[in-house]
Write a protein that binds this ligand. Structure first.
Ligand code: HPA
Length: 234
């Protein structure tokens, strides 16, 4: 048991999927895992452990933004020994060739700041995904017939962004999409020698203003869960 996770020792699996939304954690666990058990409810941040094809898996909410994700990822890694952490979440596309519902596998994540800034100071550390996970997720997404893009994303500190000039530069430099958590997940995985990946579905498009209707979000979310699980145990 930690400050933010009420699970007992041994109740968290080596492999943890991290959706931002705790209710998505509940839905994914009840939909894809056998015998899901709720192992955390502290502050409403739901976590479940069950099995997938015989492998033990935890699906735990991260909350929105890097400061929130940092709390859960730190405790999952340092106190519960999580080895493989895969973010599953939504993102906003920043390139014309990226469409709604496409899957993005974040090879690296740029940021203005992360909770690790206090360590890195003047260093622009380049957080990157675990290659074996990335390549297995790419294969799983191709096998599913999902349009997939691999490349850099931007982990922003704000959803309601007031820097159109910066978004323009990110687009100009080929950044595929914006979300709010991956960079710090990759920083923490690097620090603790764990495996991490962010599998993202495009829920909205910054260049066109289009957004996925809520009725279609569940299907796209399900694809991501299956891609993440397949990659974790490839
Ligand atoms: N900005 C930040 N995070 C996001 C977005 C966005 O436009 N869409 C989905 N997650």
């Amino acid at each position: 048991m930690t400050i933010h996770i009420g699970a007992k020792p041994g109740e968290i699996a080596d492999t943890v999927l991290l959706p931002g939304d705790p209710y998505r954690a509940k839905w994914a666990a009840e939909t894809f895992l056998d015998n899901p058990r709720c192992i955390n409810q502290v502050r409403g941040m739901l976590g479940y452990t069950g099995t997938w094809r015989g492998h033990s898996v935890t699906i735990h909410g991260s909350g929105m933004g890097m400061p929130s994700l940092s709390i859960y990822a730190n405790e999952l890694i340092r106190d519960f020994g999580a080895q493989t952490l895969i973010r599953i979440g939504s993102c906003g596309a920043m390139q014309p060739q990226v469409g709604l519902r496409d899957v993005i596998l974040a090879q690296t994540a740029s940021s203005i700041s992360t909770p690790s800034r206090g360590i890195f100071r003047e260093l622009n550390f380049a957080p990157c995904a675990d290659f074996a996970l990335l390549s297995a997720a790419h294969k799983a997404a191709q096998d599913k017939g999902v349009t997939t893009h691999v490349g850099g994303i931007y982990s922003s500190d704000v959803f309601y962004d007031e820097r159109p000039d910066l978004n323009e530069q990110l687009t100009r430099h080929g950044v595929l999409a914006v979300e709010m958590e991956a960079a710090e997940l990759y920083n923490l995985a690097a620090r603790h020698n764990r495996r991490a990946l962010a599998v993202l579905t495009v829920s909205d498009h910054l260049l066109t203003g289009k957004a996925l209707p809520s009725s279609e979000r569940e299907q796209s979310f399900g694809d991501m869960v299956e891609i993440a699980l397949t990659a974790a145990f490839s």
